[in-house]
Design a protein. Structure first.
Length: 204
């Protein structure tokens, strides 16, 4: 498939050159190279913005159940998700600073050495868990709502505030009265009440 810069695409279109296949081109803004745009003749859908990945950055990543459906129904589901998370942590060697598994969504605070690995981690994690979940409950289709969301978090005192905010989600959702009572977050591990190799301690 040929690649064109935007000027060439517009010239060819003005000349009436017919295309039945998708033409891709990359638009470089400054030096970030973060926009990937695709055009298809006769298709006026807005292109999806590519993610900006940073190396050695901390991300707050979140995935929500499709149409707010439950993604964890019983204890075995939470345990399985954490097992899959451990698998991808070993595979991609990222650092996990905090997490909170809610009944219909998840929060992860992780640091990746190679930025694009974040997409591979979240895709692998969500797809692997979906396959297991659908098989267990005899379901089909999407478990998660669209793409995961992510935000870069500065590695300073604000990081602790973000982690604590994640871990107190069950309180705001009226699921638990205190983070100590909620088993499926990193709160107990982070404060030393539980020990597990899953969690890392950030060095600020």
């Amino acid at each position: 498939m040929k690649r064109f810069i935007i000027r060439d695409v517009l010239i060819l279109k003005a000349k009436g050159v017919p295309f039945s296949r998708v033409i891709y081109y990359k638009l470089i803004l400054l030096e970030t190279k973060v926009w990937n745009v695709c055009y298809k003749w006769g298709d006026h859908k807005m292109p999806r913005k590519a993610r900006l990945f940073l190396n050695n950055a901390i991300y707050h990543a979140m995935a929500r159940g499709n149409q707010k459906q439950l993604t964890f129904i019983n204890e075995e589901d939470f345990v399985k998700y954490l097992d899959i998370l451990k698998h991808y942590k070993r595979k991609y060697k990222f650092k996990l600073y905090g997490y909170c598994l809610m009944p219909n969504h998840v929060h992860l605070m992780l640091e990746v050495e190679h930025g694009p690995d974040l997409g591979k981690i979240m895709q692998g994690l969500n797809q692997t868990y979906t396959i297991w979940f659908n098989h267990k409950y005899k379901k089909v289709g999407h478990l998660w709502q669209g793409r995961y969301k992510s935000k870069v978090v500065q590695k300073d005192g604000y990081l602790w505030d973000c982690i604590e905010y994640m871990e107190t989600n069950p309180i705001r959702a009226n699921i638990s009265k205190s983070p100590f009572e909620y088993y499926w977050s990193s709160w107990k591990m982070r404060l030393g009440y539980q020990t597990d190799s899953l969690l890392d301690i950030p060095v600020l």
